[in-house]
Design a protein around this ligand. Structure first.
Ligand code: SF4
Length: 76
């Protein structure tokens, strides 16, 4: 792991963010993925998990965004 990568991880932990490995960050499903999570910060960040976040991925801290849920409800 590079010094920069170590630095970014240490900084993220100071911000109170979790390591990806500790929250089972992995491929998401159509219904549950970062792009529809309330913690997602577009385009590629998360307020809870460190590092580059891919919108189609997921972790066990997932909470569906109420805004997104409302938008989906209105489309039906
Ligand atoms: S699913 Fe996890 S990694 Fe993705 S935005 Fe939500 S809290 Fe962050």
């Amino acid at each position: 792991m590079s010094e920069r990568s170590e630095y970014l991880k240490a900084r993220a932990r100071q911000d109170g963010k979790r390591a990806k490995e500790s929250v089972n960050y992995s491929k998401g499903s159509p219904a549950a993925h970062c792009g529809v999570c309330k913690h997602f910060t577009p385009p590629n960040a998360c307020e809870k998990v460190e590092g580059h976040i891919v919108p189609s991925y997921w972790c066990r801290l997932f909470e569906k965004s109420r805004l997104i849920s409302g938008a989906l409800t209105r489309r039906r």
